[in-house]
Every structure is written in C-alpha cells, then in structure tokens.
Write a protein that binds this ligand. Structure first.
Ligand code: COI
Length: 355
C-alpha cells in the first residue's frame, strides 16, 4: 500500500455553498459540504486521492456495484468544541471496521493514512460546515464501490473510495417506537451482518416499510434461526436496563461492532455500572417488563448517538417504558459522551482526533 497523503491534491470550490446551511434547521443527510475525497483503486493499488468539489459521479450503467452490491460504507462524526477546535471521534476504529467489511466483501483494504488523514484534511478544509449546537456535528460518510464496467458476476478489480460530509442534527427527533421482528431476517451466521455492506440496509427496507405503515419507527431484529434472541436495530446497537444491570447482545457475525456501542460500554463500566454483553432473549425482556424491572432501553450508533426507546412491541404486547425524563443511565450516558466529544471533559481514552 504505497499511497502517500502528501499526494492528495486539492481542487477547491470557487464559491462555498455554506450559506445554504441553516444551523437552526439541520436535517440528517439533506445537505452536503463543499468538498469530497475521491480515490481510485486499479491494478492492485490505490492511486493518489483528490479532494474535489462535491458533485455528481459519471459512471457506466454496467458498473459492478449497481448490479451486485459490492459496496460498503462507514459513519463517523466531526465536532467543534467551545473554542472552535475541530475533532473527529474515533476515526481509527471506523477505519478498522471499514477494512473488516472490505475483506468480507472481496474489496481492497484502505491504507490508514488514506482513510484517516484523507478524512482529516477534508474536515480541515470544510471546518466551517461543522455545526456547533448541542447534538449537532458534521457527519462523515466514507464509502467504497466496485467500479468494473462488467456485468458478469465476479469480484471486481477496480474500486472507488469516497468521503462525503453532511451537517447533522439528531437522527431521531424523539424517543423511538420499536417493533420486534420475527418474520424477516437481517443477518445469519456466516453472512455479512457484522459488516456495513450496503446490502444489509437494502434488505431491511421492505420490512421497515411494513412496520412504518403500522406506526413504528424501527425494527429490532432477532436471530435468524429461532427468532428468540434480540440482535440490533439496524441503524443502532441496542441496550436494555433491567434491574440494576445494563444488558446488550454480544457482537458476533450477525451484529455490527458499533463504535458508539463500545464507547458506551467503556464509560458505563468506568462509572461502575454493570454491563453484560451476552445473548438476550425476548422472553427475558418480556419477563422483566412484566416484573417492572425493564427500566430503560436505548440504541447507540454514530448517526443515532444515544436514542431512547419509548416503547417496544412484540406480537400483541406493547411494552411502554417509564417516562424518559426519569431514566438514569441513558440520559447520563448521552451527556457523558457529548461532554467528551465536545471537549468539555478530558478525553482520557484518546478518542478525539484533532483536526
Ligand atoms: C451510522 O450510524 O453512521 C450508520 O451508518 C447508521 C445509519 C445512518 C445507516
């Protein structure tokens, strides 16, 4: 892997579009910052990256990823502290996960400097686009697509890596309503559930559309074999506060290793909270609910941050959680992680990369 960051060429926009950003009304994924990073992979190596104005790609209709889904992505966030310093939260962890996805999808791994230093330079250039309000950030979306012009089915030989960025507010504007799914399957052992492959999200669209029509926001997926154990929400990992313990399914081939999940577990354990990573059955959740022990439930994710769950529905049983204002763990956790991200609390883990 011979790419040098020194080789990144930068073509700046003639005129910034920053006046399109209304800090009081930021919607997730609607507006993109001025620049994007693009790098191509050909003949077994990554070519020097470019930072160019955000804009359309020109691709043959025969491009591999459009047909067979050889495509992966990541979600990362950049923040600004009170003095205006910019940081990126745990980008090395996203880089490592990106490469795990790449290997499983027969795509080339990305050199660390291309992913992390490329991202740092991009954020540096578009630092004016990082919003400063509480729960806002610049969402960074690295992704890779297979770009052979060939519709035969085989692993591609040409790829493009891009990073686009978008100012973001809260992904969910209120506590979410969750439907526990036991008809469709998100992931199966031996499959790609642990990756951020585009197809994982594509396959969730139809079941999600169905539950939206029923008035729910998101699906809590269960294991594909028996539909007995909960896995993840698809946009988030999931945590339950049962009695005085926090329980989350352990990561596996079928569950994404969330960076926010890991951050949450670490800070909760440091606080002395018992966190168990283990199989968690629907029966155990229902029993805890009926015994009055199901105190809180929340999702964690880069886009979602910490998102409280208002209610969970399983078949005919609607499990209404106590009012979120009374929750002790999730509300504290959200504040704690925000304090680290916005530089209000010492970053003892070295999670913030200074831009
Ligand atoms: C993220 O949290 O960054 C995700 O990728 C989840 C979703 C927005 C697709």
């Amino acid at each position: 892997m011979s790419v040098s960051v020194m080789d990144i060429t930068v073509h700046k926009v003639e005129k910034s579009r920053i006046n399109q950003l209304d800090p009081s009304n930021i919607q997730f994924g609607k507006l993109y910052a001025d620049h994007m990073l693009v790098a191509h992979y050909e003949n077994g190596e990554w070519l020097p990256a470019e930072i160019v104005p955000f804009g359309d790609l020109s691709l043959s209709p025969a491009t591999t990823f459009m047909h067979y889904g050889q495509a992966i992505f990541e979600g990362v966030k950049a923040y600004k502290d009170a003095e205006g310093n910019a940081t990126i939260f745990r980008p090395y962890d996203n880089w490592r996960r990106f490469n795990r996805s790449a290997v499983r999808m027969a795509m080339p791994e990305i050199p660390e400097e291309l992913f992390v230093e490329g991202m740092r330079q991009l954020v540096d250039l578009d630092r004016n686009w990082i919003p400063t309000g509480e729960n806002t950030s610049l969402y960074l979306r690295p992704f890779m697509i297979a770009t052979d012009e060939f519709i035969g089915v085989k692993p591609a030989e040409k790829f493009t890596f891009l990073i686009i960025t978008s100012p973001a507010g809260p992904y969910y504007s209120k506590p979410v309503s969750i439907y526990i799914q036991d008809r469709y399957v998100r992931a199966f052992p031996g499959g790609i559930g642990f990756t951020k492959a585009a197809g994982n999200y594509g396959a969730s669209m139809y079941p999600t559309q169905e539950i939206r029509k029923m008035g729910y926001d998101q699906i809590l997926w269960t294991d594909g074999l028996h539909h007995k154990y909960v896995q993840e929400i698809g946009t988030m990992n999931v945590f339950f506060v049962i009695g005085d313990k926090v329980i989350t399914p352990e990561t596996s081939e079928t569950i994404l290793e969330g960076v926010t999940r890991d951050s949450a577990i670490k800070v909760m354990r440091e606080k002395g909270i018992t966190v168990e990573e283990r199989p968690l059955s629907i029966d155990e959740i229902v029993e805890a609910y009926k015994n009055g022990q199901l105190r809180e439930a929340f999702g964690t994710g880069t886009a979602a941050s910490i998102s409280n769950i208002a209610e969970l529905t399983y078949h005919d049983l609607k499990m209404q959680l106590p009012p979120v204002e009374t929750w002790e763990v999730a509300n504290w956790l959200k504040q704690e992680l925000n304090d680290i991200r916005y530089g209000r609390k010492e970053d003892t883990h070295g999670w913030n990369l200074h831009v």
